[in-house]
Write a protein that binds this ligand. Structure first.
Ligand code: ATP
Ligand code: MG
Length: 354
């Protein structure tokens, strides 16, 4: 159902996104070696990726880099190799994996079930090379790929090499910390390994107002709940076109909450979630929170935000240091920069810091 709060997996559960989906599908068909899918949080990147992978006939593995990072604290080559190989094992006949792995340093396979163990000595490029050499196209999709930067391995270089040399392997990378992923890949930087490489970039946008309303209408129709037009309007006023929030509002109503109760619960839950997501930034510097609070409370110009933060800190802040904080908030997707100044792109993030 449309209001299912988990990332969607099947085409029928995905509202709209037809254009983005067909861009991904065509790119895969044409053998584009690198597809980058960008968008702030909760716009449906993982859902779109899942559906695209399930629709294409090309076999694939999906790796959630955020999850690997939270489990291991870094994204090692051996962890990635293990996930890639396990995905390969699921996608292709088992005999094949023996061939892939024959003689690869750092790997052991045992038993009829082909239990796989990947040691520290593994070389990911060798694994990619083997997979490539067996023929049969294979997509390596990495969700929240900006987390790959937490590693000793130089993944952009590795991906650049693979996209150049290995015709059977392609990559799809997603990122919600849009600026961070772009900085990490440095696709536009002449000095970087990925510069000038053939790639397709897709930016996921929030729904337009009419789409948000239509999404809610369809969702309620699907669960057989009659809802008044003003309620839909109000929900979209408050949640904008962020499909993740619209979905949770619909889900709360599906669970039986009335309109105001559903919105209230969503805001409470969202606030907890947003503050806990933000805590990793807060650990780096307490200024991040002061800045985002200043913006949430109506300061949008560089100078005004700075004055507000200085007032709270009761001292002057170095201009360069302050700009760094602001720019990082933009890179992480918490702020967007426009000609009118800095704004918070998600109304519930704004509310959480008011
Ligand atoms: N096109 C869509 N149609 C219906 N529901 C959607 C759609 N896109 C996303 N959703 C729903 O919105 C929520 C967020 O989606 P998803 O997790 O795919 O987004 P995301 O961009 O990957 O978010 P995050 O940045 O948190 O990883 C989920 O509940 C998902 O079911
Ligand atoms: Mg996601």
């Amino acid at each position: 159902m449309l209001f299912n709060p988990k990332p969607k997996k099947r085409r029928e559960e995905l509202y709209d996104r037809g254009e983005e989906l067909s861009t991904i599908e065509h790119s895969i068909e044409k053998g584009v070696p690198l597809i980058v899918l960008l968008g702030i949080r909760r716009l449906g990147k993982s859902s779109l990726l899942n559906v695209a992978l399930s629709e294409t006939p090309v076999k694939s593995v999906k790796i959630d880099a955020r999850r690997v990072y939270s489990q291991l604290g870094s994204i090692t080559q051996s962890a990635l190799a293990e996930l890639v190989l396990k995905g390969y094992l699921r996608a292709f006949p088992r005999e094949r994996i023996r061939e892939v792995l024959k003689g690869v340093r750092g790997i052991r396979i045992a038993g009829v079930g082909l239990e796989l163990s990947v040691g520290k000595g593994i070389n990911l490029s060798e694994v990619f090379e083997r997979i490539n050499s067996l023929g049969g196209r294979f997509i390596i999709a990495i969700d929240e790929a900006q987390y790959l930067r937490f590693s000793n391995a130089r993944y952009p270089e590795l991906i650049a090499w693979a996209t150049d040399e290995l015709e059977n392997i392609s990559f799809i990378l997603t990122g919600s910390e849009v600026g961070l992923l772009e900085d990490f890949l440095r696709i536009h930087d002449p000095e970087s390994a990925l510069f000038g490489r053939a790639h397709v970039k897709i930016r996921l946008n929030r729904f337009e107002r009419h789409q948000s309303l239509d999404f809610l209408r369809n969702g309620f129709e699907e669960i057989g709940l009659k809802v008044r037009g003003e309620e839909l309007e109000e929900a979209v006023d408050e949640l904008d076109g962020i499909v993740g929030w619209l979905t949770l509002y619909g889900y709360n109503r599906y669970l039986g909450l009335p309109h105001t109760g559903a919105l209230r619960k969503l805001k409470e839950d969202a606030k907890k979630l947003i503050l806990s997501e933000f805590s990793k930034l807060k650990k780096l510097s307490s200024r991040y929170e002061l800045v985002i609070r200043a913006v949430a409370n109506g300061r949008h110009r560089w100078r005004k935000i700075k004055e507000a933060v200085e007032l709270l800190e009761d001292g002057r802040i170095d201009d360069k240091n302050f700009s760094n904080i602001l720019n990082n908030l933009v890179r992480y997707g918490y702020l967007k920069k426009t000609v009118e100044g800095y704004f918070i792109p998600d109304p519930l993030v704004e509310l959480a810091f008011k």
